[in-house]
Write a new protein. Structure first.
Length: 268
């Protein structure tokens, strides 16, 4: 089970509230959507999911996500929750929602859980990956899923820069503007680059992310990999805490939300 921290719904919760909390693990191709979050005049992942839920249950259901992906960003392990009065089993939710959802969105798992769970606040970390096609020629088949960089990338230099990201830092330099409420301080647990044939993959895990933080980080790492800036200059960008200093922002097509992590309940 993906969500090891999610506990089965208790009888006490059911007696206090007639609704059941359902958690879904979603996979989607974000190419045709204007991000996850609901928008009035644009197709979104949330909009398609809520439409399918209404068709299935007859209820007007509002879903919550552990991470709000941007326009064009993909997901392998997005976590979404919603409350419903429907008596359908988890297995039926998976099968029925996949029947009603468009082909580029799929429910991989469904679990009934505690009614009070907040999938965003309860998450301990998120994992993202970014795919770069590092080859002289572009690939039409990879166009929507990897950013084409024809110049040979220096993976060792990029990993030297990645080591600067690990730990608790103010990542203001990696966003266009700092949030009005809150800070740009985040904790990064892991950041690394690896090569798999013509693919260069950047993996990062952090407590949470700022808007466009990963894509701006990738843009700066590519500059390191092309020997346009050094790992030392990358460190100076981080330390400057100046919005917009890390550039260019890599396109959305290469980014995917891989997994949302939750702590294991005590006693397990």
């Amino acid at each position: 089970m993906v969500l090891t921290s999610v506990r089965p719904e208790t009888e006490k919760a059911k007696s206090a509230d007639s609704l059941t909390m359902i958690v879904l693990i979603l996979e989607y191709d974000g190419t045709c959507y204007n991000g996850f979050q609901l928008q009035a005049n644009a197709p979104t992942i949330q909009g398609e999911l809520e439409k399918a839920l209404h068709t299935l249950t007859g209820e007007h259901i509002r879903v919550a996500a552990a991470s709000r992906t941007d326009a064009g960003v993909h997901a392998r392990g997005q976590v979404v929750s919603f409350k419903t009065a429907s008596p359908l089993s988890s297995e039926i939710f998976v099968k029925a929602l996949n029947y009603h959802l468009p082909a580029d969105i799929a429910v991989r798992e469904a679990h009934k859980t505690d009614i009070s769970l907040d999938v965003r606040r309860a998450a301990t970390s998120r994992e993202y990956s970014y795919h770069i096609l590092n080859s002289p020629a572009r690939s039409p088949l990879s166009r929507g899923y990897a950013y084409h960089v024809p110049g040979r990338l220096d993976i060792e230099a990029m990993n030297m820069a990645c080591r600067e990201l690990v730990g608790t830092h103010d990542f203001a330099s990696f966003v266009t503007c700092v949030p009005v409420k809150g800070s740009a301080v985040r904790r990064v647990y892991r950041a690394e680059v690896k090569r798999e044939g013509e693919l260069v993959i950047f993996n990062i895990e952090a407590s949470s992310f700022l808007i466009h933080q990963v894509r701006n980080t990738v843009g700066a790492l590519i500059r390191v990999g092309l020997d346009k800036i050094s790992a030392g200059e990358f460190h100076k960008i981080l330390e400057a805490k100046q919005p917009g200093l890390a550039w260019p922002m890599a396109p959305a097509c290469g980014l995917r939300l891989m997994k949302v992590n939750y702590s294991r309940p005590s006693g397990e």
